[in-house]
Design a protein around this ligand. Structure first.
Ligand code: NAP
Ligand code: ZN
Length: 350
């Protein structure tokens, strides 16, 4: 298969800084669109992958799965897009299309394994996929999203991961105007969870370790803020929430949050991947039919639903625009929770 050389930014090892590099991408196939990348959001998963936090990172690693751009070329069989259209790509660029999950529009749970936008197995070229920290990307049109024209393009980018990852559990657990929702952690995912839950009409509470974020949280739409390190404050919301979206990226005690669930309430882990410590106590779960669940991004149809909802409700991410060359500093700031509330790379700077 013929390829083209594309400028990108990535890392050769878990300890190296990201730097400019060239990657090979396939020429557009008949089903592909070619997207000139205008903006790419910076997700905490990018950092986990670059530094091999989860194991399994294939190097060189080019992160980025919050992609917004413009279509510059289409394959002969493309029907949904034309050259010049705005387009977006999230965390998935392919799946088998035939398994039970794919048939239900749950490509993220493809039983044969979805292809991640980066660090996935590249079905076309062999090797692994490269993400959005690059000039352009070729993607099967079925994995490309339409962008509402009324929204700020750079601020749309984070919807493609932070947005859909919080939207999918809000929808799955039927959040609406009667719901009391809490969000743990005010970062990229957390701030989108507040905006989307609020958009769905819920009463929203933020749990944060960082008192300095209270005013921001209220401006983002939170009705209440609870400082999670303050036991009395935590006690004041015992038994309150129907759904909690927990976005904390590292191992943490979820028991204090389970205590704040209402009868039949569900805490949905979307941040941390791995064994829970300390041990999860089932007593409050059994005594109140409470659940601890988890959720992975969202399918393509659901991502489009979320983008359309954001278009109708004027919802976008709060962003700090950076240049590509600032990415290593941005990662350090993200580790200190010093992001308000999503970095987005202006890809013209590459
Ligand atoms: P982020 O912007 O860094 O936000 C995480 C927030 O969690 C921080 O702002 C902080 O909020 C809180 N936090 C950070 N470290 C903490 C700690 N040690 N203990 C308690 N709270 C802590 O990250 P993000 O981009 O939103 O991503 C969050 C996590 O979701 C990452 O692990 C990412 O890989 C994962 N993720 C999962 C999916 C999925 O499909 N399930 C999709 C995308 C991302 P406060 O200052 O308010 O406490
Ligand atoms: Zn992500």
């Amino acid at each position: 298969m013929s390829t083209i050389t594309v400028k990108a930014y990535g890392t050769e090892s878990k300890t190296a800084d990201l730097q400019e590099m060239n990657i090979e991408r396939r020429e557009t196939t008949p089903k592909d669109v070619e997207i000139e990348i205008l903006y790419c959001g910076v997700c905490h998963s990018d950092l986990h992958t670059a530094r091999n936090d989860w194991g399994g990172t294939m190097y060189p690693a080019v992160p980025g799965h919050e992609i917004v751009g413009r279509i510059t070329k289409i394959g002969n069989d493309v029907t949904k897009f034309k050259v010049g259209d705005l387009a977006a790509v999230g965390c998935l660029v392919d799946s088998c299309g035939t398994c039970e999950s794919c048939k239900k529009d749950l490509e993220q749970y493809c039983l044969n394994g979805f292809t991640g936008t980066y660090n996935g197995n590249d079905k076309h070229l062999g090797g692994h996929t490269f993400g959005g920290y690059s000039e352009k990307v070729m993607v099967d049109e079925n994995f490309v999203l339409r962008v509402p024209e009324n929204l700020d393009l750079a601020a749309v980018a984070p919807l493609l991961c932070a947005g859909i990852t919080t939207w999918s559990p809000l929808r799955h657990w039927n959040v609406g105007p009667d719901s009391k929702v809490a969000v743990v952690g005010l970062g990229g995912l957390g701030h989108m969870a507040i905006k989307l839950a609020k958009g769905l009409g819920a009463e929203v509470t933020l749990f944060s370790r960082t008192p300095g974020k209270t005013e921001d949280a209220k401006q983002l739409g939170a009705d209440h803020v609870v400082i999670s390190t303050d036991e009395n404050h935590m006690d004041s919301v015992k038994g309150k929430f129907d759904v909690i979206i927990d976005t904390v990226p590292y191992v943490h005690d979820v028991n204090p949050y389970v205590a704040t669930l209402n009868i039949s309430g569900t805490l949905v882990l979307v941040g941390y991947l791995g064994g829970l410590e300390p041990i999860l106590n089932t007593v409050p779960m059994i005594m109140g039919r409470r659940s601890v669940a988890a959720s992975l991004i969202g399918g393509i149809a659901e991502t489009q639903e979320m983008l359309d909802f954001c278009g109708e409700h004027n919802i976008v991410s709060e962003i700090e625009m950076i240049k590509m060359q600032d990415i290593n500093d941005a990662y350090e700031r993200m580790l200190k929770s010093d992001v308000r509330y999503r970095f987005v790379i202006d890809m013209k700077s590459l």
